[in-house]
Design a protein around this ligand. Structure first.
Ligand SMILES: Cc1ncc(COP(=O)(O)O)c(C=O)c1O
Length: 411
């Protein structure tokens, strides 16, 4: 029981956990089913190039996304590049800065310019009005991001896209199984991209998918992800190797089978965090339910330092000393990262405001009521003594435990 600041591991008390709790620890799967699928692939000798497991995975992903076509890829970053290249985009792509660097990197890697537009402060997703204001003669697409699985405002963005004759795409890396107004993420844009990275609610070790209802576009992306094999007609030439392997699809299918249970667990965890952290001044658990159906893979708290008396980074360090590895999704925001610091964009006050406050807490199948209760106890203690915590934090040199960089199992 921690009731005094001196009880916090940061100030010399015993750590709340003896094993690290991580944001993005892979969810539980039925290993026997995974091994059975891997055995099948090994026995068949068909290990890549659109084997039966990849085909089945693509079908399942397309169903979940409510679209006709899914092309599975080796990761979502390359899937985004396939989307950009396949659509023949040039010049500028408008996107939010409140996202993982991969969204911007995928665009700039192909020689295009990401142009950041501000978010709606309530949803954290691309604000259609700000997106419209960022359109220039060089703009070739809008690329929204379903932040934390919250689907973007699809109608507002569609209107902007239509008014300017632009395609509308979404980075749906977080949003498998999410929906708004009965429309699943994956079906809201002209094409969208999912991530099946190990840290995601459904993982294929590494993996991604481009999903779309457009048969011609799907065929082009499929060709491009396989060295351009069979490409015909007008459109971008070339190609790359972005194929998903059978081993990855074996994991993806097994993880998909566990997904309904994972969502139930995530939802329960989210509710438990909300109960633990209810009514704390300056600390708010971001609610996803008012933004459509969510897979709840991200529990994010927002800390208003002025009201709470301590900054998000103080809590991050305090929790790290307790062996709770939080993540500031997404801080720094993309435009604050080195490659984009000097990029041209309108002011992004809502993005900067949100990036300054957010902290993702561990959830998923490796976290339960007991862990959430103990994490809640630490955060409540911090909130009760915010100004004292800050004063004492400033007077404490960083301990080796806190200075240790986060281990590579999450990001
Ligand atoms: C919003 C967003 N886009 C893209 C990616 C890239 O996904 P991947 O790791 O599968 O390349 C991530 C990864 O975490 C992400 O969070």
């Amino acid at each position: 029981m921690k009731s005094d600041l001196a009880d916090l591991a940061f100030f010399g008390g015993p750590a709340a956990f003896d094993r690290p709790l991580l944001v993005g620890r892979p969810n539980r799967i039925d290993r026997a089913k995974l091994y059975e699928r891997l055995d099948r692939a090994l026995d068949s000798g068909w290990l890549s190039n659109g084997g039966p497991l990849v085909q089945e995975f693509e079908q399942r992903v397309a169903e979940l996304a409510g679209v006709r076509h899914a092309v599975a890829t080796c990761n979502a970053t390359v899937a985004l590049q396939l989307l950009v290249h396949g659509a023949g985009l040039t010049g500028e792509v408008i996107m939010p800065s409140m996202t993982f660097a991969a969204t911007a990197h995928a665009v700039s890697w192909l020689g295009l310019t990401p142009v950041f537009a501000d978010i709606d402060p309530h949803t954290g997703t691309l604000d259609p009005e700000r997106a419209a204001a960022a359109v220039t003669s060089r703009t070739s697409a809008l690329l929204g991001v379903h932040l934390w699985g919250r689907p973007c405002a699809p109608d507002g963005l569609r209107k902007v896209a239509d008014e300017h004759g632009l395609p509308l795409f979404f980075d749906a890396a977080h949003a498998l199984g999410c929906a708004v107004d009965g429309r699943p993420a994956g079906s809201l844009g002209d094409a969208e991209v999912f991530s099946f990275h190990a840290t995601k609610a459904v993982n294929a070790f590494e993996g991604g998918a481009v999903v779309t209802d457009d048969a011609e576009f799907a065929a082009r992306v499929r060709a491009l992800h396989n060295f351009g094999a069979g490409l015909s007609g007008a459109g971008p030439a070339g190609g790359t190797n972005a194929k998903m392997s059978e081993a990855a699809a074996a994991m993806g299918l097994t993880s998909l089978e566990a997904f309904p249970e994972v969502v139930v667990c995530n939802r329960r965890n989210h509710a438990a965090y909300r109960a633990e952290l209810a009514d704390l001044p300056g600390v708010r658990v971001a609610d996803h339910d008012s933004h459509g159906i969510n897979n709840h893979q991200y529990v994010v708290i927002e800390i208003d330092a002025e009201t709470a008396g301590f900054h998000r980074d103080v809590l991050r360090d305090v929790l790290l000393a307790e062996h709770v590895h939080t993540r500031a999704y997404f801080s720094p925001a993309c435009h604050q990262l080195e490659p984009y610091r000097r990029s041209r964009h309108a002011p992004l006050p809502h993005t900067e405001h949100m990036a300054e406050r957010v902290l993702a807490l561990p959830t998923g199948t490796s976290v339960g009521d007991d862990e959430i209760r103990r994490i809640g106890e630490v955060i409540r203690l911090c909130a009760r003594q915010g100004p004292d915590l800050t004063a004492r934090y400033r007077a404490t040199p960083p301990s080796p435990a806190v200075a240790t960089p986060t281990i590579g199992r999450t990001r």
